[in-house]
Design a protein around this ligand. Sequence first.
Ligand code: GLN
Length: 190
Amino acid sequence: MNKEIIVGVLALQGDFFEHQRILSRMGVASMQVRNKSDLDKCSALIIPGGESTTMANLLSRADLAFKIKKRVKKGMLFYGTCAGAILAAKKVIGENRFKPLALIDVDIKRNAYGRQADSFETEIEVSGKKINGIFIRAPVISRAGKKVEVLARVDNNPVLVKHKNVLLGTFHPESDDEIFVHELFLAMFK
Ligand code: GLN
């Protein structure tokens, strides 16, 4: 693994620490991102799971949205999990409290598995490998644009999607010490 890579993990709220733990197990340097100068030091960014409305508020308070959009447009690798995927979508269905970053052409619906299945685990097949997927009040990707590659589905809904330098997942490999998705993410570095 390239030693010069520093993966930033947005650390305003949510399970950023779990992402850092996985990265450290992989021998990849990471740092917590709370402001613009932190972001300048990173070659990739992860927005973790958490509460998307809260995170959106904190993001705008830290004045980070524009810079994230600009860096991602220029090719910075991005991985959003769960709330991070919600923030990165083009459109969040039925949500008008915040505007997502529109880093990738997908629409997403928050808490879309309903109360009866607030949280669940299920096997997911990604690139021929079976991994455990933990879904915690997960969103559903209700539309994926034509250019978006669907890497995994559950009940026919995309749960891991990719376009260019942007990867989104609606489940939490970091809560499971599952390194496969992070490996896939870092393999996106050319
Ligand atoms: N339900 C949360 C939201 O809407 C996302 C849950 C998560 O990140 N695990 O923001």
